[in-house]
Design a protein around this ligand. Structure first.
Ligand SMILES: [Zn+2]
Ligand SMILES: [Zn+2]
Length: 240
């Protein structure tokens, strides 16, 4: 799958900016300070970005950069480039192979891949750390939605509908059955919408966009899911 190539350039204010090749030679607006920045031509952009692994797929670049402790996994905040203090683990789970088991469950033996248990998907999991400073961690936490907010709204809707049914039919049996059915429907809807939101959290997009090669890895993926772990103190690289 062909992905649009993106590059990271630095604004004068210190904020990194993601630009696409279609922006070469044009002006881009910095999301932090709203300054207009001239995007260099493609040749200069490639030289500037200095991709250490030009031939690898995006997800392999990420895995290698994590292992090599290269940017954006070098301990610097991906949002503001200050020294990082926290890492947020993001589990990127990519579907690698999908099998149709109409021949008695044929499966390729790929040792590096972990077969998913319930489905016939073979997924590959990569934990990608989002490195942040204290200030950006606070911003990240504020961004992260708290669960269960719309429970009250749904309860209110349920109460309103059952009350209406009771008024209409004056039959508590009818109200009871309809109330239960409606509750099951709400629950089903919650399961699917929650599952969807959990797999590909929209609020996370601006954050993954800050991590080099991450947007490309997402675009290149046949199917994927993302899950976010709890922020934890950044391990200092003094160990190596
Ligand atoms: Zn700026
Ligand atoms: Zn920061």
């Amino acid at each position: 799958m062909a992905a649009i190539e993106t590059f990271h350039i630095d604004c004068e204010c210190g904020s990194p900016l993601t630009v696409g090749i279609h922006q070469c030679g044009l002006n881009a607006i910095c999301t932090s300070c709203q300054r207009s920045i001239r995007v260099p031509d493609l040749k200069k952009l490639r030289a500037l970005s200095g991709d250490p692994y030009p031939t690898l797929a995006s997800i392999r670049k990420i895995q290698k950069a994590i292992a090599d402790r290269l940017a954006p996994f070098d301990g610097v905040c991906v949002s503001c480039r200050k020294p990082g203090t926290t890492e947020v683990p993001i589990l990127f789970s990519e579907v690698r192979e999908r099998f149709v088991t109409d021949h008695g469950g044929f499966r390729l033996g790929v040792p590096a891949l972990k077969p998913a248990q319930k489905t016939e998907d073979v997924t590959e999991d990569t934990e990608i750390p989002l490195i942040l400073c204290d200030q950006c961690t606070a911003e990240f936490r504020a961004n992260r939605p708290t669960k269960g907010v719309n429970w009250l709204v749904q309860l209110a809707a349920w109460l309103a509908v059952t009350a209406m049914l009771q008024l209409l039919f004056q039959h508590w049996q009818v109200t009871l059955i309809a109330g239960v059915l409606f509750a099951i429907q709400i629950w089903r809807w919650r399961q699917t919408s929650l599952a969807r939101e959990l797999r590909r959290p929209k609020w996370l997009e601006p954050w993954t966009a800050k991590v080099r090669w991450f947007p490309e890895a997402i675009r290149d993926a046949m199917e994927y899911s993302l899950s976010v772990g709890a922020p934890r103190p950044l391990r200092k690289s003094s160990a190596d």
